[in-house]
Write a protein that binds this ligand. Structure first.
Ligand SMILES: [Fe+2]
Length: 201
């Protein structure tokens, strides 16, 4: 009977919404050492590097690559901070710029930074368990964990989207999410850098 099925029809994948482990699949793991340049407070980053904490891992499901097909991936981002800046992903924009994406929160409490490449407008959007964020095309996106447990989520997008990490690595995001008086605050990166200089001066 299997012969009459479309080749893409297969058994359901099993995943754990607590650990983000997908049965039979291997995650890509990112430690602080892999992404250190994304953090604004480089002295704090250097201080933390010897312990090289695990920041996040992503399991990408990219089995189907035909026209109209979909890729999806589950991420788990650990709680913690580098200095005052919360743990976050490297962030990317899609190589095929018009490609949008849907992020579906399963566990934890976080934010997403969304920056329009064409205008440099940047917004911080709340993103947590049981919520969905729509990432439009032409928009760089980064996930940030502001809670005290792992942030777990699925991302679903066109198989043609691709990932451009270099564009984001060159410019970073205009906004940062940092701890201030025990709570998360969204700031312009330049203002945060100036504030840190003021403290150390
Ligand atoms: Fe994406």
């Amino acid at each position: 009977m299997g012969d009459s099925f479309h080749p893409a029809i297969q058994a359901a994948l099993r995943f754990d919404p607590v650990t983000a482990i997908v049965s039979g699949r291997q995650p890509t793991i990112r430690y602080l050492r892999d992404v250190q340049s994304i953090f604004a407070d480089q002295p704090a980053c250097q201080e933390l590097l010897p312990s090289n904490p695990l920041l996040y891992s992503v399991t990408q499901i990219e089995d189907h690559n035909g026209e109209g097909d979909i890729h999806y991936g589950i991420g788990i981002l650990m709680p913690g901070r580098v200095g005052r800046e919360y743990f976050m992903t490297k962030g990317h924009i899609h190589a095929w710029r018009p490609a949008a994406e849907v992020y579906i929160g399963l566990r934890g409490r976080g934010m997403m930074l969304l920056q329009d490449e064409r205008t440099s407008e940047c917004r911080a959007v709340e993103f947590m368990a049981n919520s969905v964020v729509y990432v439009p095309g032409y928009t760089a996106h980064r996930t940030i964990n502001i809670g005290d447990e792992p942030l777990v989520y699925w991302g679903v997008l066109s198989s043609a989207a691709g990932h451009d990490y270099d564009a984001v690595a060159k410019r970073n995001f205009r906004l940062v999410v940092v701890e201030r008086d025990g709570a998360p605050a969204v700031m312009e990166r330049n203002d945060f850098l100036a504030e840190m200089k003021g403290v150390s001066a």
